[in-house]
Design a protein around this ligand. Sequence first.
Ligand code: PHE
Length: 338
Amino acid sequence: MTHPLEQIRDEALREIESAPDEQSLEAARVKYLGRSGSISSWGEQMKTLPKEEKPVVGKLLNEVRTAVTAAIETRGQQFQSQKESGALAKIDISLPGTPHELGTLHPLTQMWERSIEIFRRMGFSLADGPDIEDEWHCFDALNTPAEHPARNEQDTFYLPDGRLLRTHTSTVQIRTMQAAPPPIRVIAPGAAYRRDELDATHSPQFHQIEWLYVDENVSVADLKGALEFFMHELFGPGTAVQFRPHYFPFTEPSLEVYVKSKVLKGGERWIEVAGSGVVHPAVFEAVNKARGDNAYDPEKWSGYAFGLGMDRLAMILFDIPDIRFFVQNDLRFLRQFA
Ligand code: PHE
């Protein structure tokens, strides 16, 4: 003979399995397992049963409750997965996706990376210095006296406190030598600032790579050889390099560097790309004084330095007619270097 509880269970399971939607399933749950549902009310009736029947019916009641609860759970999950696959079916996989645009490196950054890679192969490491400098690092230590035009307010951006925006990356020469004794082999890429009118070839902020080599018996021949190697690596072996005498207070002799190459747009013109020279003994003396030693004894050590104009190099390499393009953030310009 089946117990009434078993009848309730069979009826409940049938109802749950055939529940057409979530509302009917919820109604079934309330009907059987709700507070006054037919299974729950058996819990009350238990109290009135004779003592010997209680364990048997109690066990059955538990089994029935577990079975019905599990059935409700299973049916609920079926509804859930039906909903999900319904939503998936609505997705049209033949539609084009949302494109993710990939950024690219700025042409100046590309230029820097190419240059740094060549310098690394030549055994140079990276050095750094602040854009906001003091007069000593920018001028005095570089043998540039107070009456020099570069120190004029018309040429240099001064801050109210007397500091300035460095007019060249040569400041990093000084900082590097202050920090470490020779030999030195560093490059320092960075921005420099001058009060230039903005036009197609001048910008108040431009970019340089400073280059400093200090060792024993360094000569102009080393300087020329190193620069020629660099330019050939950068612009190809057909590149001609020319040195023209010049003047910088911190180098003696001083040379301006011009290059010409068929591969460069702009053709057969000589283009000025760098200032350079053999480090002036007065620079070593200034560094020694600041260090409080004679680490850079000019009798023992010599060196060469360059300041490469990166904007100009990038302009001739990529055939860019106007320096202002670098900072205008015009995507039509930037996309060409992807
Ligand atoms: N600092 C110089 C300039 O900006 C370039 C330079 C660097 C010259 C190193 C000689 C040696 O014009």
